[in-house]
Design a protein around this ligand. Structure first.
Ligand code: ATP
Ligand code: MG
Length: 323
C-alpha cells in the first residue's frame, strides 16, 4: 500500500558511453538519494541512444555498464525499478501518438536539434529531431510526478508538459504534468574542455574511472581560456573540485596553491579517487555476476510494462481506436 502513496520519480540515461560524474551528480545520485521516500524508476533509454550508437556489441556493453554503475552507487532494486526502454514497447507506441499532435515548428525549437544544426552535424536523423517526443512518451506513460535531470534537459521536460497539456485539451484529462527537479549547484557539470560534460563529447571523467584514467583526464582539463584567469584559480578545475569538497575546504587549498594549476590538479585527482575508490569494489562484484544484472533488468521491465500497458489502454480509449 505504501508505494501507492509515494510520489513517482522517473528519469532516463542514454547508453551512449560510460556514465560520468556529470550524470552522477546531475541525476543518478538524486535517484539513489530519493529511493526511500519516493517510488523511483531509473531507466536506460537505449532507443534514444540509437541515434549515436550503431554497433551491436557496443550497445550491449553500454547498457550493461549503465545498469552496473547504477547498482554500484547503491540503487536498491527491492525498491527501485531499473529497466530498459526498449523492453517496454509502449514507449515507442505513445511516441507515435504524440507525434500526431506535435508540430514541426514545436520540435524545431528543441535544443538537441538546434545544437546538432549549429554543430553542422553531418547526419541529423529524424530520430534526433523527434527525441523530445519519445522523451515525453517515456515520462507521461508512468504518470510521473518528478523528473530529476541536469539543466540540459529542462527544455525537453517543458516540451513533455506542453504535449501532455495539448493531449489533455484534445482528448480529455489523461496525463499528469511532470515537474523537473534540477539541483542548481550541479545543474551543468563542466567537461574537461569547459563545455557540458557529455558522454558523446569525449570530455568526461567516467564515474568509475580507474586512477590512471582520472589522472589522464584531470591533467587534460583546459585551464587557460586565453585570458587572465579568476585570481589564479583555474575555473574548470575548481568547478569540478567543488563537487567533491565544500567551498570552505577548497578555499585554503586554492589560496595555498594559487596559480599552480599542476598542483591543484593533483589534489583534484586525489579527491576524485578517494571518492570513487570505496564504490569500485562493489562495482567489480556486481560486474562479476552479469546474470544477476540481467535478472534485475528483466524484473524491472516486467513491472514497467504492466504500468505502461495500463496507461496505454486509457490512451487508446481516449483516441477512439478501441471499439
Ligand atoms: P549524451 O552525450 O549521449 O547525450 P550525456 O552525458 O548528456 O550523454 P544523458 O544520457 O543524455 O547523458 O543524460 C543523462 C542524465 O544526466 C540527464 O538527466 C542529464 O540531464 C544529466 N546530465 C548529463 N550531463 C550532465 C552534466 N554535464 N551535468 C549535469 N547533469 C548532466
Ligand atoms: Mg545528453
Amino acid at each position: 500500500m505504501a508505494s501507492v502513496m509515494k510520489k513517482r520519480i522517473l528519469t532516463g540515461i542514454q547508453p551512449s558511453g560510460r556514465p560520468h560524474i556529470g550524470n552522477y551528480f546531475g541525476m543518478m545520485k538524486q535517484v539513489v538519494d530519493m529511493q526511500e521516500e519516493y517510488e523511483v524508476l531509473p531507466f536506460i533509454v537505449d532507443y534514444h541512444a540509437l541515434s549515436t550508437v550503431r554497433d551491436r556489441t557496443q550497445m550491449q556493453e553500454n547498457i550493461l555498464n549503465v545498469a552496473i554503475d547504477f547498482l554500484a552507487i547503491g540503487l536498491d532494486t527491492k525498491k527501485a525499478i531499473l529497466f530498459q526502454q526498449s523492453r517496454v514497447s509502449a514507449h515507442t507506441e505513445l511516441g507515435w501518438i504524440l507525434n500526431c499532435i506535435a508540430t514541426m515548428p514545436f520540435l524545431m525549437r528543441a535544443h538537441a536539434f538546434k545544437d546538432a544544426q549549429e554543430a553542422k552535424k553531418k547526419e541529423i536523423t529524424v530520430g534526433l529531431f523527434d527525441y523530445p517526443i519519445l522523451m515525453a512518451a517515456d515520462i507521461l506513460l508512468y504518470d510521473t510526478d518528478i523528473v530529476p535531470v541536469g539543466k540540459d534537459q529542462q527544455q525537453h521536460l517543458e516540451m513533455a508538459r506542453d504535449l501532455a497539456e495539448k493531449f489533455n485539451r484534445i482528448y480529455g484529462e489523461t496525463f499528469k504534468l511532470p515537474k523537473a527537479l534540477i539541483k542548481e549547484d550541479v545543474a551543468v557539470v563542466p567537461g574537461l574542455d569547459g563545455k557540458k560534460m557529455s558522454k558523446s563529447y569525449g570530455n568526461t571523467i567516467p564515474l568509475f574511472a580507474t586512477r590512471a584514467e582520472i589522472e589522464k583526464a584531470v591533467m587534460s582539463i583546459v585551464t587557460d581560456s586565453g585570458g587572465v584567469e579568476n585570481d589564479g584559480k583555474p575555473e574548470n578545475v575548481y568547478a569540478i573540485h567543488r563537487l567533491f569538497k565544500s567551498e570552505e575546504e577548497l578555499a585554503p587549498m586554492y589560496e595555498e596553491h594559487k596559480g599552480k594549476y599542476g598542483d591543484l590538479k593533483k589534489l583534484l585527482v586525489e579527491d576524485i579517487d578517494a571518492f570513487i575508490a570505496p564504490m569500485r569494489e562493489r562495482r567489480a562484484e556486481i560486474a562479476n555476476d552479469i546474470d544477476k544484472v540481467k535478472d534485475v533488468l528483466n524484473n524491472g521491465a516486467n513491472i514497467a510494462r504492466e504500468l505502461a500497458d495500463a496507461k496505454m489502454q486509457l490512451v487508446r480509449d481516449r483516441l477512439g481506436v478501441t471499439l
